[in-house]
Each structure stands twice: as structure tokens, then as C-alpha cells.
Design a protein. Structure first.
Length: 330
């Protein structure tokens, strides 16, 4: 009787302060991947730096049966985020126990991180000279600690072959589906996505989910011009007209605007128009042409170009993802 092939072993490292959703999604998705006979394609094992009770960021703990030795038998290691990543040491160094745990990992073992789990991979010197991503809110901190890593905070995940990184918690789902797709093809990954009721593939990147507050300084000498411009976004807004609102020359107005807001007037207007378009796509049923007019882009083509540049998506895809039906008129 032929011997059944060994299943691919996924080992999840649960550090103290682990995020429950990230730990759970690995256990939810990989066991759903089945071969044509309905047999599981993966074994999923959880380990910790010390077997036993591990604190989570919720109001509960988890009991992890395996210690770090499990990493040595892994085909794929996944490192979810921990609240330890929120305030890492100033030099980005890791505890000796983490270095010791990964010292037993084979050079061929695939290693992936979810959210700020990337800090571990970088601290282990697995990302130097590579492209990677992390949660957008941790990007500045990561760049300061690990300047040798080519960080791209605008994507959902990055595949560098042996080492993979992903953005926030939900992007961990995208990463796991990508790993399943790479191992067993789109058909298996699509079936897993269908059973988990999640998209098999999401286009775009983190930029779609980031609300960028546009600076509004207090005691500003250009505040009246900004207020006026916001009421005129659906029309052409010239620099001269904005300067006239403050009775300034264009040169003086431009200098003061940049000093106060941190952007040029043109950049600020474009960002405000993108935010207006997002609001209209989320909360109205206006056509894309009307959204383009109301936000001041003038044409659907211009709106598409700006959303593609800033959010890596199209108006239609953005609306299908983010439209809030509760806000639509009855």
C-alpha cells in the first residue's frame, strides 16, 4: 500500500502578547486546504518560546503545547504580531531566546510575518536588502530601526521567495491565501477563500485603508483661503484666487501655506479632492462621472488616474469595497 505523502507543516510562533486574530486566522485557513480526496494538505502547529500559557492582547490567554523545538521541523514558519512590537528596543534587537529558537531553523524553511511580526524577521537579519511591508502605522518606526530593508508600506504583502511579509491583521488572510495558492494552485486557494467567506484575491494595497489627516493648523494666516477652497472643490481653484482670499501676493501666500500646512496649495487641493471623492463613493450612489465632477477632477478618467496613483484602485473597486449602505439615502 503506497505511503501517504507527508503534509506540509506550518508552525505558528505565538509570542507573549500575541494578537488573537492573527494567531487564529492561520489555524482557520490552512486546515481548509484539501486534496482531491478531501484530505488536509497542511498540519498546523503552534509553538512558543516556552510551552505553556501565553498572554494575548485580549482578556484571555492561550495554552501552547509546543516549545521552540517545533520550529526545527517546520516547512513554513509564520510569526504573528505581538504587543512587544509596539515598543521595540531602540536598536531593534531581539531577546536571546528568539535568536536561539531560530538558530535551529533550516535554511530552506519558508518564513512569513503578519503585521508587525516583521520586526522579528528584520531583527533576525532576514530582511536586509530585501523588499518588505508592515502595518502602515508602524512604517516610520520600522524604517528608523531597519534602514537596510526596502520597506513598501503601500501593499498588502510582499513575497521575496523564502521570506514573506504582510501588512495589518486582515492582510494576513491575503498572505495565507497567497501561500496556499503558491503551494497548490489557484483552485485550492479559491476553495479555501470560499469556505472562509473572504475574497480570494484583493487588488490594491494599504493606501485604500489609510485615512490621511490633512493638516489644519490653528492660528493660521491661510485658514480663510482653505475654507473658501473647500467650498469650491467642484470648480477650478486657482492659486491666485486662494491668495486673493488672504489679500496676499501669490508668492507670499504660497510660502506661508507651505510653512503652515506642510504641502503646496496644489498638493493640498488634490488631497482634499481625493477625500471628497472617497466620501461620495462610500456614501452616495452618484455615477463615477458625477463623483468626478463633484470632487473637482472634471472627468472620470482624471478621477481614475488620481485614485490609481494614491490608492492603487479604481473608483468602482473602491466603492464595492467601502460603500456604507447605511449612509445611502432611502
Amino acid at each position: 500500500m503506497p505511503r501517504a505523502p507527508r503534509r506540509h507543516r506550518v508552525v505558528v510562533l505565538a509570542r507573549d502578547g500575541v494578537l488573537p486574530m492573527e494567531l487564529g486566522l492561520v489555524h482557520q485557513l490552512f486546515p481548509l486546504a484539501l486534496d482531491p480526496d478531501g484530505d488536509p494538505l497542511y498540519d498546523v502547529v503552534t509553538c512558543a518560546l516556552r510551552a505553556g500559557t501565553v498572554r494575548t492582547t485580549g482578556d484571555f490567554a492561550v495554552v501552547v503545547p509546543h516549545g521552540p523545538d517545533a520550529l526545527g521541523a517546520a516547512d513554513t514558519i509564520i510569526v504573528p504580531a505581538s504587543d512587544q512590537d509596539y515598543d521595540p528596543p531602540d536598536d531593534g534587537s531581539l531577546p536571546d531566546a528568539l535568536h536561539d529558537a531560530f538558530a535551529q531553523v533550516a535554511a530552506t524553511t519558508r518564513i512569513a510575518s503578519i503585521c508587525t511580526g516583521e520586526f522579528v524577521l528584520a531583527g533576525l537579519d532576514l530582511l536586509a536588502g530585501r523588499r518588505a511591508t508592515t502595518h502602515w502605522n508602524a512604517a516610520a518606526r520600522f524604517r528608523r530601526l531597519f534602514p537596510a530593508v526596502e520597506l513598501d508600506p503601500n501593499v498588502l504583502f510582499v513575497d521575496e521567495g523564502r521570506v514573506l511579509t504582510s501588512a495589518g491583521e486582515a492582510a494576513g488572510i491575503d498572505l495565507c491565501l497567497h501561500l496556499i495558492r503558491a503551494d497548490h494552485g489557484a483552485g485550492v486557494a479559491n476553495e479555501v477563500a470560499a469556505r472562509a467567506v473572504v475574497p480570494a484575491y484583493r487588488e490594491g494595497g494599504q493606501a485604500q485603508f489609510v485615512r490621511r489627516p490633512i493638516p489644519e493648523p490653528t492660528g493660521s494666516s491661510t485658514a480663510r483661503a482653505r475654507s473658501w477652497a473647500l467650498a469650491q472643490l467642484h470648480r477650478p481653484v486657482s492659486l491666485a484666487a486662494m491668495a486673493a482670499q488672504e489679500s496676499m501676493s501669490v508668492r507670499t501666500f504660497t510660502r506661508r501655506f507651505r510653512d503652515e500646512v506642510g504641502l503646496s496649495p496644489g498638493q493640498w487641493i488634490t488631497l482634499q479632492r481625493v477625500e471628497r471623492a472617497r466620501h461620495l463613493l462610500e456614501r452616495t450612489e452618484l455615477t463615477v462621472d458625477r463623483v468626478a465632477d463633484e470632487s473637482g477632477f472634471g472627468s472620470a478618467a482624471a478621477l481614475r488616474q488620481h485614485l490609481r496613483t494614491r490608492l492603487a484602485t479604481s473608483p468602482t473597486r473602491y466603492r464595492s469595497t467601502f460603500q456604507d449602505e447605511s449612509q445611502l439615502p432611502a
